[in-house]
Ligand binder design. Structure first.
Ligand code: GLP
Length: 243
């Protein structure tokens, strides 16, 4: 694991954007695995800025997002499809027909998840996967569990995740209780992984991810086994980690 410590959120965002920009520049036809949550928003802002300056071209890029709430339509402003359009896709020259998110409107979980795995396979796999980190160590929506789920699957969200995500919804009862997410196996199959982490509220869990035992109780701890992981985290997030 390569860990970059940055002064603050802005520097974390710039550094992560540089890593993604290098990927796109070196391999204009790459497949990016993208993430939602508040942490990557600054990274996307930098990418948009550099695209507007003419320094980046997304026309050949394909993207596959980590996860989607089950039951939300792409037009719902809390869906992850909406988030991606709003925070990145609408502002760069990526071909939207080459941007994939699990189909939240497919009620048949097996079908939705099988189709998503097939989409990723058909793109030749993910070159660079961007990840945020949940307070309980989740990546995508892979919640703490007794084993590492392999492929894309349907999850029941934990109370901690519902609590963390309710800030985006009008009422807590509006937060979907289930989601489709890439599995740990899907994520680990990416050639490169980039994790962005910010804030003291993530300090304890980040230390467990980097220095703790590899356990499905801390899903992101499995990243210790991946050959090409870069963590870009600010001082606050790394305040409890011995490097
Ligand atoms: C959600 C997403 C995750 C994300 C996590 C952390 O649960 N499914 O992919 O990493 O939130 O979000 P934030 O960056 O807002 O802390």
């Amino acid at each position: 694991m390569r860990v970059y410590k940055t002064k603050n959120y802005e520097e974390m965002s710039r550094k992560a954007a540089h890593i993604i920009a290098s990927q796109v520049t070196l391999n204009p036809d790459c497949v990016l695995g993208l993430a939602t949550g508040s942490t990557p928003v600054g990274t996307y802002k930098n990418l948009i800025e550099w695209y507007e300056k003419g320094d980046l071209d997304f026309s050949g890029v394909t993207s596959c997002n980590l996860d989607e709430y089950k039951g939300l339509s792409p037009e719902n402003d809390q869906s992850y499809r909406y988030f991606m359009n709003h925070n990145l896709f609408d502002h760069v020259n990526i071909d939207k027909t080459h941007t994939y998110v699990p189909n939240g409107l497919e009620p048949d979980s097996e079908k939705a998840c099988g189709q998503y795995e097939e989409i990723i396979r058909a793109q030749g796999g993910i070159d660079l996967q961007l990840l945020g980190l949940g307070h309980n160590g989740h990546i995508g929506f892979n919640e703490p569990a007794d084993e590492f789920p392999k492929a894309t699957h349907c999850v029941d969200l934990t109370d901690s995740t519902i609590q963390a995500n309710k800030r985006f919804f009008e009422n807590e009862s509006d937060v979907p209780r289930q989601a489709y997410t890439m599995g740990i196996g899907t994520i680990m199959s990416a050639k490169k992984i980039l994790v962005v982490v910010s804030g003291t509220d993530k300090a304890e869990i980040l230390n467990k991810v980097i220095n703790g035992p590899i356990t499905p109780q801390v899903p992101a701890s499995i990243l210790q086994l991946h050959p090409d992981v870069t963590i870009v985290a600010d001082e606050d997030a790394l305040s409890k980690t011995k490097l």
